[in-house]
Design a binder for this molecule. Sequence first.
Ligand code: 9YW
Length: 410
Amino acid sequence: MTVELDARAKEILRGNDRGGYTVPTHGLYPYQWNWDSVFSAWGFSTFDLPRAWVEIETLFASQKADGMVPHIIFHQVDPGYFPGPDVWQGGGEPPTSGISQPPVAAILARLMWEGDRDAGRAAITALYPKMVAWHRWWMEHRVVDGVAVVTHPWESGRDNCPDWDHGMAGVDGSNVGEYHRRDTGHVDADMRPKKIDYDRYLAIVYAGRSMGWDQARVLAEGPFLMTDPAVHFILLRAMDDLAAIGRDLGQDVAEVEGWAETLRAAVPDMWNPDLGAYDAYDLKSGQWANNLGTGAWLSYLAGVENAAMDARLTKAWDKVRYGIPSADPEGATFNPKRYWRGPSWAVMNALIALGFQRMGHEAWDARLRRETADMIRIGGFAEYHDPLDGSPCGGANFSWTAAIWLTWAG
Ligand code: 9YW
């Protein structure tokens, strides 16, 4: 069984390879997505290391002059996905979107590099200054008072999770006109964000576009701005990993270490005492999200933990059977099949497990790995899974789920 799943996972990655970059899955997502691509690279690194490094090189080839690495790169126009390059108008050749995605590159590149330094030396040496530039972009354009923020739910990678409900309520989506969604033609509409969400996603894109994606203006004037503990902890961990890579390469890492210090010093500011956990905060309306979600779970990744929160989190985990739920199972809006509002994501479980490993939570790591493997055995290489019964949700033959099987779960 395991051998068969290994072979199938490799087949999926090879099948989603479009030559230098990997699509998340055929049909639903026909372009290169930033963090999907890095997870795919990690997956490739288990059986084709040169191909793995090429994946990250292709991603960074679309880095903007200001250092941003875009969230989607539209290599070949495909009518199967909306909104495409004509809507985004993010510039570039190939064209890109106008926002970024969680900066996991340094975290996984370090693992790849430490797995085989000789094979990775040239690639990591070329990549290092690009990753520094991207992290500088985050510090300059997506960190407010030391805390990481997102200017669009898509920038967080967790589109419709309950974290964003307050911020989204403040976005006027009534003027976006008629448009034709393609996602619901590929997968069950009950597993996707709702129309009201899409109207607002588009309204935020139109606002950024009208500012010519001037990122200082997007931050200051955009219609959505929330702190994101998940991105914060990912960025903080990525800073530590980037500094480690830099030291290995004999670079002066003082600037990177300084960024890590800034982010670390602000961790207490993300603590919501009423929730008893790290939480997202809406900078527009001044409200906590009050959601026990992925952000809290990712704290371990950055070497942060809190005994009071541990108990809250494990209680939520115990309510489901297959991995970490993307929203609190006891929350009023929990839905085990609707995208980021409850389902378990193999890719998130793997990232959370890297945190457990960092903090020496071996039993949690083993449990999460077992549950994720079981979920994939039940539901296959789906985009994500129902955390109650492991059934497959969203798109099938998903690159990042295949990658997680090969690197950690399988
Ligand atoms: C979208 C590709 C992307 C992921 C995101 C996920 C979803 C929807 O799909 O975004 O249309 O961009 O939320 O994390 O990168 O798999």
